[in-house]
Design a protein around this ligand. Structure first.
Ligand code: PDD
Length: 285
């Protein structure tokens, strides 16, 4: 596997950073994960815009334009073609290494820029009788109040994901102290009720997911399935006809079991299939 680190391509196992790197010491950095299918990225521009927004929010200066990133990542994908046709790219920009450990942002430190590619699964078939249905659990969201920033400090997410993993699941739905759905430990969440697709509004409680955005925009452009962004209570989630979790690695994943109980009739729903077809037709736009 060939990685990119601070201006050079090199074998991943040869990549080295300083132990004083603030990404290592403080989780002081921003990351992205972008899927490439057959060499084509999904949502490259919005992914890199989100990264620029995150870097601006924490005052890290990284002067790469979206076009610079496109060239760099195309190069990285080409150098890793032997890993398969479908690759995820992980991009990480940390504040860099200071000469000491001190909480405040240091001056005159160069950010550390790192990226590598890894194989991802083929997309699921657009067929509700053949796709994989997920079982998930739920718990109160105990992360921080800046979940809109895609921070490399992921301990809160990791602890929640582990909770889901330990209960025999991969993902876990999260809700706030008012019993309102926020997102999942590494995905956004949607419900379907009476043919309508509903997802929590984007605020400080969840990540502005690119898959989420592409789904909403594709459904609106298509026009055959109504979609709404609003507060979603856990009572609504438990009474939903369908639940989906969405991310760059999962695309739209249908959930068929929540906390040991079937979602709707316990089968992957027809709205999932229709929405996944619309998304699949438009995801490279
Ligand atoms: N996770 N919410 C959280 C907490 C996430 O970590 C992710 C993505 C999403 C979905 O965002 P997007 O559609 O832009 O991938 C929502 C990535 C894939 C990860 O950490 O591996």
């Amino acid at each position: 596997s060939i990685a990119y680190l601070n201006g050079s391509f090199l074998p991943l196992e040869e990549a080295r950073i300083s132990p004083l790197d603030r990404g290592f010491l403080f989780g002081d950095g921003i990351y992205e994960v972008i899927p490439y299918y057959g060499g084509k990225p999904v949502g490259l521009a919005p992914h890199m815009q989100r990264m620029a927004d995150g870097l601006a929010a924490i005052e890290i200066k990284c002067n790469k334009s979206i076009e610079d990133w496109r060239v760099l990542l195309d190069d990285l994908i080409a150098k890793n073609a032997d890993q398969g046709a479908n690759l995820g790219v992980y991009i990480h920009v940390s504040r860099g290494a200071d000469t000491k450990r001190y909480h405040a942002y240091p001056e005159n430190v160069e950010p550390t820029i790192f990226a590598f590619a890894f194989p991802i699964k083929d997309p699921e078939p657009v067929d509700r009788t053949k796709a994989h249905g997920y079982a998930v659990s739920s718990t109160q969201d105990l992360r921080w109040k800046r979940c809109n920033i895609k921070s490399t400090a992921l301990l809160g997410n990791v602890m929640h994901y582990q909770q889901g993993h330990a209960s025999g699941h991969g993902e876990i739905l999260l809700y706030n102290e008012n019993n309102e759905l926020t997102e999942a430990s590494s995905s956004n969440a949607f419900i379907v009720k009476d043919g309508k697709v509903i997802t929590p509004i984007q605020d400080h409680q969840n990540l502005p997911g690119i898959t989420r955005r592409i789904i909403i925009d594709s459904l609106k452009a298509d026009g055959s399935i109504p979609v709404e962004e609003r507060t979603v209570t856990m009572d609504e989630v438990r009474n939903a006809d369908e639940i989906w979790i969405t991310s760059s690695s999962k695309e739209i994943a249908p959930v068929i079991e929540l906390d040991g109980k079937p979602v709707g009739n316990g089968e992957i729903g027809q709205v999932w299939e229709n929405a996944f077809r619309i998304y699949t037709e438009r995801k490279f736009d």
